[in-house]
Design a protein around this ligand. Structure first.
Ligand code: ATP
Ligand code: MG
Ligand code: MG
Ligand code: MG
Length: 482
């Protein structure tokens, strides 16, 4: 099944269950001071869940463009290094607003996965909320008993508050969730260790595919929970992960969502994907990040020095650094991958085709400008190398590496690589001390956004006050209630 067919089959399935199919909301959020990017399918329905907007359709489904690089959901560090977290990804979702609840949600999820898509039942696991005494909540036996109709008891796993209880923020709608995981390991590995021991354990072949959230409570400002008058369902399934399951691959990057982009990179760099860990990671980072950048630009968000634009700029620079360091790319490169990306996704997202020219132009200019910064950093480093040698030294101060990193966005591994080529070493301890001091400064700063939203009381407002760069790749947006 091709990726496009998978997406369509999900929408067709829920349309057959009387859901209205709605378009994806933009990935870049323009009208919410507490959220820069859509990070889940339900974001566009926030006001319905909060009871501020009327319910028009009780059943809705879609495929939503999501981005998880800031706030509570920040997967950036994983991206490229693992094979199933992306910065931008599509979330397939179905919703019930005060209509059906756990029974239908679970039964339909099961029907779709095992009857429509014919996924092997013996590889599937479900998690249910184990309860939490602090909130006076018991285990979600309702969900457990529904799962028991479909799965043997040893494939249903209790999960804690962190994984199995969703909250919008400090207050607001919330409720238990039930995730579906799949064990994609080879049979001989499964025989050695049951999948249930690996669920929610960062195993690259035992992964979460679908989360079903049952919104049945409201958390009051006091922290107390009350039952909501009408209950809702909010589900989200990772499209790239589902396609990987159906195409029988070990990595999301081996599906037709990514292979044309990887193939184009192989052609441009003359490096085979699969030939080394470092070049593989770099190719995955680039393949992932060009999607984010292209979709952001198509949504009207250009890279800039401010807010969402700054986040996009840093993502672009992260990709340039990987390409520069590990793929030997010395010229703008990523913009040349845009035709392959448009070929993959342009039919489902016509905005990509419509904006192709702008995306290409902006990406090329951004790459070129950052490459110039990198080159400046390199000449600085060369000067230091010459000086160190002239003084008969063999080690370069970690402070220098930190300055390069902080001012020029120069990654540590690139500094080390260049020093190694010059038979010099780096004082890593010094670098780490500087880094730790910076982290501490960031920690001492004001409130950090960690929820999906900051749900404001009537008289509260938030002011955007800047970013913390805990590390080059981690972006934390800071807001202060005013
Ligand atoms: P994980 O535990 O794998 O990080 P999650 O619990 O953070 O996933 P949810 O917030 O429950 O994810 O989102 C619903 C679904 O979206 C997940 O079940 C998963 O299939 C998919 N998903 C989540 N994060 C990513 C990501 N960074 N890239 C691709 N798919 C993702
Ligand atoms: Mg996650
Ligand atoms: Mg999870
Ligand atoms: Mg989850």
């Amino acid at each position: 099944m091709k990726a496009a067919e998978v997406r369509q089959s999900f929408l067709d399935f829920f349309a057959s269950k009387q859901h209205r199919i709605v378009p994806s909301a933009p990935m870049v959020v323009k009208n919410d001071p507490t959220l820069m990017f859509t990070n889940a399918g339900m974001n566009q329905f926030k006001e319905i869940f909060l009871g501020n907007s009327p319910i028009v359709d009780k059943r809705v489904a879609n495929s939503q463009k999501c981005l998880r690089v800031s706030g509570k959901h920040n997967d950036l560090e994983e991206v490229g290094h693992d094979t199933y977290h992306h910065t931008m990804f599509e979330m397939l979702g179905n919703w019930s607003f005060g209509d059906y609840f756990k029974q239908e949600a679970i039964d339909w999820a099961w029907e779709y996965l095992t009857e429509v898509l014919k996924i092997d039942k013996s590889r599937l696991y479900a998690t249910v909320f184990e309860g939490y005494a602090g909130d006076g909540l018991e285990r979600d036996n309702e969900a457990y008993n529904i799962w028991l109709k479909h799965l043997p008891a040893d494939h249903i796993i209790d999960g804690n508050k962190k994984d199995n209880f969703w909250e919008m923020g400090e207050s607001g709608p919330c409720g238990p969730c039930s995730e579906i995981h799949i064990d994609l390991r080879d049979d001989d590995e499964i025989a050695l260790k049951p999948g249930r021991e690996l669920v929610n354990n960062d195993h690259p072949q035992v992964i979460e595919i679908w989360n079903n959230v049952f919104i049945q409570y409201n958390r009051k400002a006091s922290g107390e929970l009350e039952q909501l008058p009408s209950k809702h369902v909010d589900t989200g399934m990772g499209f790239e992960r589902l396609v990987r399951v159906l195409q029988g691959k070990k990595s999301n990057y081996d599906t037709d969502i990514f292979t044309p982009i990887i193939a184009e990179q192989e052609r441009l760099t003359n490096i085979k994907y699969g030939s080394s860990t470092q070049t593989d990671v770099a190719m995955r980072v680039v393949s992932d990040h060009i999607r984010t950048i292209a979709f952001a630009i198509a949504d009207g968000q250009l890279p800039s020095n401010n807010k969402a634009g700054y986040v996009i700029r840093r993502i672009l620079r992260r990709a340039v650094r990987y390409a520069y360091t590990f793929l030997g790319s010395r010229e703008s490169y990523m913009y040349r991958l845009i035709p392959a990306l448009v070929a993959c996704m342009g039919d489902a997202y016509p905005e990509l085709k419509a904006q192709q020219e702008l995306i290409t132009k902006v990406m090329k200019e951004e790459e070129e400008s950052f490459l110039r910064t990198l080159e400046t950093g390199i000449s600085l480093l060369n000067k230091i190398i010459t000086e160190t040698r002239a003084n008969g030294g063999s080690e370069v101060s970690g402070k220098v590496a930190f300055e390069l990193y902080d001012t020029f966005g120069f990654p540590l591994d690139l500094t080390e690589l260049i020093l190694k080529e010059n038979e010099l070493t780096l004082n890593r301890g010094e670098f780490e001390t500087e880094m730790e001091a910076q982290k501490q400064r960031a920690r001492n700063a004001t409130a950090i956004q960690t929820d999906d939203w900051v749900v404001l009381k009537e008289d509260e407002q938030v002011k955007f006050i800047g970013y913390d760069h805990l590390q080059a790749d981690i972006i934390i947006t800071r807001y202060r209630k005013i």
